[in-house]
Design a protein around this ligand. Structure first.
Ligand code: MRU
Length: 340
């Protein structure tokens, strides 16, 4: 039913759906090296917090395939190199760092030579992927009561199957509601500047047979004022210990609008997105991306070449705007510090 965003190729490469080409074309690419995976993460061929963690873990495995006959020291040195390379690709989603730390730990803990360490890395990467798939399902089950028959749900960016190893986070309750035969009206923010909403969320919902309505980001407030939205569900890239969270730029504005209009605002994420080491959202590193994402659209310049551009990829929504967190551990309501 839902699209699968990642897989092993028969030769042990990382097979991805190149998300830059959607919705026009569904192109699968086999990434043979960790460097190719790093490039794919940096250029948004694979994106979404859980998926970049999974892709990076699988990239470590693909990138050490040729070292199976190597002595332990050489293998571990290369493992460290690849972990550093992949960790530097994107700063905001904590899932990336979490997955790579787990891979590095697994490698170092394993006694023996390259072959033994490589087998353990492969098992660990596969476990990271499978655990994410299971967490997505549990998020869907925890969020299902929030989506009754006839609900109108607004979502932002893409926090669906294309962003995870399973059925998504914010979209998981919607998929399960649809599976249960409930009618759900899904409004999808187009999500400027890179349009993950209109290009990816609308595509994957359509692929699963769930109709949706794409809106310009600026239309959300007006729809809420007309009482056309029952609830908002978004994903997260990092949740601080106090419940502040980072997600795609525009999420904060949506949260403010939701509070103003009395619309419940939920954040859905696996526990791997929680960063208990960060006390609050102001400490979350926010990725700044290239100006061309803002000044160019579909190959055409839409701002003067000389215009200054600010392009933060994420913003921080303070915990006080959040009605609840939907996680694999259930639905957490305020105060959030106690639940994380
Ligand atoms: O820049 P992106 O496309 O990687 O941003 C993704 C998001 O902001 C998602 O909402 C978030 O990662 C949650 S994905 C389940």
């Amino acid at each position: 039913m839902t699209v699968q965003a990642i897989a092993w190729s028969p030769s042990g490469a990382v097979r991805i759906v190149d998300q830059r080409a959607l919705p026009d074309a569904r192109i699968e690419r086999d990434l043979e090296t960790a460097e190719a995976v790093a490039d794919a993460i940096r250029t948004l061929q694979v994106r979404g917090a859980p998926l970049i963690g999974i892709a990076a873990a699988m990239g470590v495995v693909a990138g050490t395939r040729d070292l199976r006959a190597a002595p332990r020291e050489r293998f571990v040195a290369r493992l460290d190199e690849l972990v550093t390379l992949l960790a530097a690709t994107r700063p905001t989603a904590v899932n990336l760092r979490w997955a790579l730390d787990r891979m590095a730990r697994a490698g170092r803990e394993t006694l023996g030579d390259g072959a033994a360490i490589w087998e353990r890395l492969k098992t660990t990467a596969t476990a990271i992927w499978e655990e994410d798939r299971a967490m997505c399902r549990r998020i869907g089950e925890a969020g299902l009561p929030l989506v009754p028959d006839g609900a109108a749900v607004l979502t932002h960016c893409n926090a669906g199957a294309l962003a995870t190893g399973g059925i998504g986070t914010a979209l998981a309750p919607i998929y399960l509601a649809h599976e249960a035969g409930r009618r759900v009206e899904v409004f999808v923010d187009e999500t400027r500047p890179v349009l993950q909403g209109s290009r990816l969320t609308a595509w994957e919902l359509g692929h699963a047979g769930i109709p949706c309505t794409v809106i310009a980001d600026a239309a959300a407030g007006s729809l809420m004022r007309q009482a056309k939205i029952d609830l908002v569900i978004v994903g997260a890239d990092r949740i601080a210990a106090n419940g502040d969270f980072a997600n795609k730029i525009g999420t904060y504005a949506l949260a403010v609008l939701a509070l103003h209009h009395g619309v419940p605002f939920y954040c859905a994420a696996p526990s791997t997105t929680i960063d208990p080491a960060l006390s609050d959202g102001d400490r979350i590193p926010i990725e700044q991306r290239g100006p061309e994402e803002v000044t160019m659209l579909a190959g055409r310049r839409i701002a003067p070449a000389a215009a200054a551009v600010l392009n933060p990829a994420f913003d921080v929504t303070p915990a006080r705007y959040v009605t609840g967190f939907v996680t694999d551990r259930g639905l957490a309501k305020p105060p959030f510090g106690d639940h994380q």
